[in-house]
Design a protein around this ligand. Sequence first.
Ligand code: N01
Length: 552
Amino acid sequence: MTSGQQLLRSRPIEHYDVVVIGAGVSGMYALHHFRQMGLSVRVYDGASDVGGTWWYNRYPGARVDGPGSPFYCYTFSDELMNEWDWAETQSEQSAVLDYLEHVADRFDLRRDIQFETWVQDARYDEAAQRWTVETGTGVRATAPFLICAVGALSTANMPDIPGIHDFAGECYHTGRWPHEPVSFEGKRVAVIGTGSSGIQSIPEIAKEAAHVTVLQRTPQYAFPAGNRPIPPEEMAEARAKWEAIKGTMLANIGGFPSDMPSRSALEDTPEQREALYEELWQVGGFRFFLGLYNDIATSEKANETLADFVRAKIRETVRDPETARKLMPDHFVMTKRPILEDGYFEAYNRDNVTLVDLREDPIERFTPTGVVTRSGEHPIDMLVLATGFDAISGSMLRLNPKGRGGMSLKGRWQDRFHNYVGMTIAGFPNLFMIHGPGSPGVFYNMPLGAERQMEWIGNLMRHMRERGMGAVEPTTESEEAWGNEVSGIANATLFPRTDSWWTGANIPGKPRYFSAYMGGSIYYMRLSDVAAKDYAGFAFEPAHDAEAEQAS
Ligand code: N01
């Protein structure tokens, strides 16, 4: 042990009821919720303020690209809804961060959050029935319960391309964007990646840069963002109807205030379909997905009708037929995360934007001054990596908690992300993942999903306290059954048939399967069902201190 390590070891250990890792949307709510239950809570986060993913993703053009404001928000406090005005439907990253900072102020969250503190180790002590976390700043803290609110999209995917570290120009990952302004003025910029982050940032970068070279591996379907201001009357109406809206959100499969579509695309004539697609295209935003047919994600034929419609829109927008050809997506539409765009396809009509199709012209290597593809070298001054994340499971594996007998999560999750109810793992008692594998995560309104998961966890904690239980974990049988349920639902759709970060295909060596629980509202019914059956599928262990008291 070095003297530095000895010094850290000599610091007093802090004890809490709950330790939360992550101060993003989920971790912030965890703190509030468990505090309301009268528990002592400590949150650690590597960032210097609240916001998580919204704190890190500051790239140009970053906006809410799901069903937007005012419904991408917490629902636990009516006061919060009443006092916060959203300016636009697809809020900018800075507006979402303002909201989260307001929440932190409003509920005095920061006093229990330790920022700039990276949790390096989390270990379960079976005798004490407590987790111990150690941070890079030398903090050691214990708690019976560990909440891993580490983010479904927070571990950046850094591509391993020959020579990339030799590139001498500026290089930024969209998910780790600098806080200082980045100037593109007069620069030749290459962007790798055409997912949501690439598609949002490319038009913005192109407005300023001398030249943008887009390095595209998979062409994407993207839909008009339809961003618009929210007039005060609309905010007032949402507030007036908030109770009813919340009811609709809870009933909706994705947690959004929308009725579920009930008609098949194949019931309509081609003209009727075209008219509906066109209407939704003109409105833009997530209405396109919420107000659509019910079989786009399950029927190849239905899917093809929408895919054809979007491909025609791309052809119509992009003037150069060769560029339009390269931009033609060929997977099932919606089976990669749907993307909202604002000026993305139009950007290819600019003289300063070039598209390289990496399927035809792959990257061979980077040099200090450029990127070499099979067809030749592209000199660049800046590289933007819009290459996404080791999603859903990546941040849990980066944390790599150690459970019973020192078992590591990496060891446990080699072939599959074994879990039960999307929150718990056998061998890792009292550890709860938020938006992890086996939960709806990104398929559900994430603030609302975090609230619902936390409520369920809080009820389980109460259940344990009332019965003198010190540890809870799922059985491996219940994990297996849950895994089959998750896969069974996914396999009834077209989603697993496309390579995406949902299936882990974007990360070399990652287990390839669809790990999210589709059908969010059904998930929450399943959680209620498990709780109503006295937490069926879980094994409980009496509290050791209670046992000792009984023995004495
Ligand atoms: O990441 P992505 P993202 N060589 O994984 C390509 C959420 N989000 O950051 O498709 C070449 O979608 C990769 O290619 P391919 C949202 O849920 C929300 O854009 O794997 N290319 C793909 O084109 C979203 O879905 C918001 O073949 C490589 C791209 O990089 C999720 O975050 C905003 C490569 C990565 O796309 C992730 O989006 C933004 C390589 N080695 C994001 N490796 C808001 O709501 C990867 N690619 C604000």
